[in-house]
Write a protein that binds this ligand. Structure first.
Ligand code: MEV
Length: 423
């Protein structure tokens, strides 16, 4: 499979789906579910959430040019933001020239927390719970024999004493290898099942039993070398290092820098039917360092050859089994396009997409700024809203950009002129 699909962007959406199917040796109809007419039905949606009145469409594009761990990958991205898919593909093309992305990940270990209140001796309770480690782990595993059979299950427990303004709490953490699940259901069920016993041992009252979205035992990593010449020269590479350094040092910039990363990450998480909020909260909690300061999730430095090295590491709690990933026909098609076999592989592809998106944003910011690229895409939306047909679109878009007036009133004027034959 070759992720360099030349001419892909010039095709119609239907033809593009056909090309994808041909590329990966898929069934010709494999990606039909990505067409709204064959995607999620209202009846299916009605089984997913409450009070359903319809389904909400989001554009789904495919980022090209990605090579990850020496394999080409086509990445589905669901996003309403223009230029995200093009920017990721562009960064992937640059990375490709130096071997593409390398990725790795920790085991898919999620954690649940069990909060115990009204404990007389929190430190004593902590040691009693740790003494009962074996009993508690066994009881939790008994909740999910299927997970244990698949090679997952409880890996460890830890116990913390948390000081708060309302009291001291004993908080037990249950670490569970959830294999190919996102894992929320698995760890929440285990935490609920252990509650009574944990309360007895701690001699207190169990209150919350829920996973933590600070999934710092489930990390995914991506790195890539971006050739300085491909980036636009050594000065561009050096300026991207400055851009990354500002994000590391300044929370105001870090928030925007990380938003750029999440533009890539959330789009793939959504396309594959995963929980975007779980990944977002994991990412932002991970962006707070040991010193309590919010900082950049990624880092950029230059190597001895002056080329740019980008790295990204963050929690990536995504799954392939259960939830919308299995139920939503378009999510199933998106996972099929990726061809990933495990949740860890999916997590790594998503992280590579995040790093690509980040690099693309920093490169634009360190050179011409993002408005030029954004403006022509924005101009397309404005022209379409003004009623431009596909024949009229190129003329209207180039006029709006050239006149530096990407506005609805100007689009109306240009369109009227064009139709009056006054071009
Ligand atoms: C816009 O959606 C994302 C950027 O602001 C990211 C960044 O500033 O790094 C361009």
């Amino acid at each position: 499979m070759n992720s360099r699909l030349s001419g892909f962007r010039d095709e119609s959406p239907t033809a593009r789906r056909g090309l994808l199917a041909g590329q990966g040796g898929h069934d010709p109809d494999a990606f039909r579910a990505l067409d709204p007419s064959a995607g999620l039905t209202v009846e299916q949606a009605d089984h997913m959430i409450e009070n359903v009145v319809g389904v909400f469409g989001v554009p789904l594009g495919v980022a090209t040019n990605f090579t990850i761990n020496d394999e080409d990958v086509l990445i589905p991205m669901a996003t309403e933001e223009p230029s995200v898919v093009a920017a990721a593909s562009n960064a992937a093309r640059i990375a490709r020239a130096s071997g593409g992305f390398r990725t790795s990940s920790s085991r898919p270990v999620m954690q649940a927390q069990i909060q115990v209140v009204d404990v007389e001796d929190p430190e004593g309770a902590r040691l009693r719970l740790l003494d009962a480690r074996h009993e508690l782990m066994q009881a939790a595993d008994e909740q999910d024999p299927q997970l244990v059979e698949l090679g997952g299950g409880v890996r460890d427990i830890s116990v913390r004493v948390v000081e708060s303004r309302a009291g001291r709490y004993v908080v037990l953490h249950l670490m569970v290898d959830v294999r190919d699940a996102m894992g929320a259901n698995a760890v929440n069920s285990m935490a609920e099942a252990l509650a009574v016993r944990v309360g007895e041992i701690a001699r207190g009252r169990v209150l919350l039993r829920i996973l933590t979205n600070k999934a710092d035992t489930r990390l995914a990593r991506a790195s890539a070398v971006f050739d300085a010449e491909e980036l636009g020269g050594p000065d561009v590479a050096a300026d991207i290092v400055h851009a990354g350094a500002l994000a590391e040092a300044d929370p105001y910039r870090a928030a925007t820098h990380n938003k750029g990363i999440m533009n890539g990450i959330t789009a793939v998480v959504l396309a594959t039917g995963n929980d975007t909020r779980a990944v977002e909260s994991g990412a932002h909690s991970h962006a707070v360092g040991a010193d309590g300061r919010y900082t950049a999730l990624s880092h950029f430095e230059t190597d001895t050859g002056g080329n740019l090295v980008g790295t990204l590491e963050l929690p990536m709690p995504v799954g392939l089994v259960g939830g919308a990933t299995k139920v939503h026909p378009a999510a199933r098609a998106a996972v099929g396009l990726l061809g990933v076999a495990t949740a860890q592989q999916l997590a790594e592809v998503i992280t590579a997409a995040g790093l690509a998106q980040n690099l693309a944003a920093l490169r634009a910011l360190a050179t011409e700024g993002i408005q030029r690229g954004h403006m022509s895409l924005h101009a397309r939306n404005v022209a379409v809203s003004a009623g431009a047909t596909s024949d009229e679109l190129p003329h209207v878009v180039s006029r709006l950009v050239a006149d530096r007036a990407v506005r609805a009133d100007h689009a109306d004027r240009v369109l009227a002129e064009l139709r009056a034959g006054g071009r």
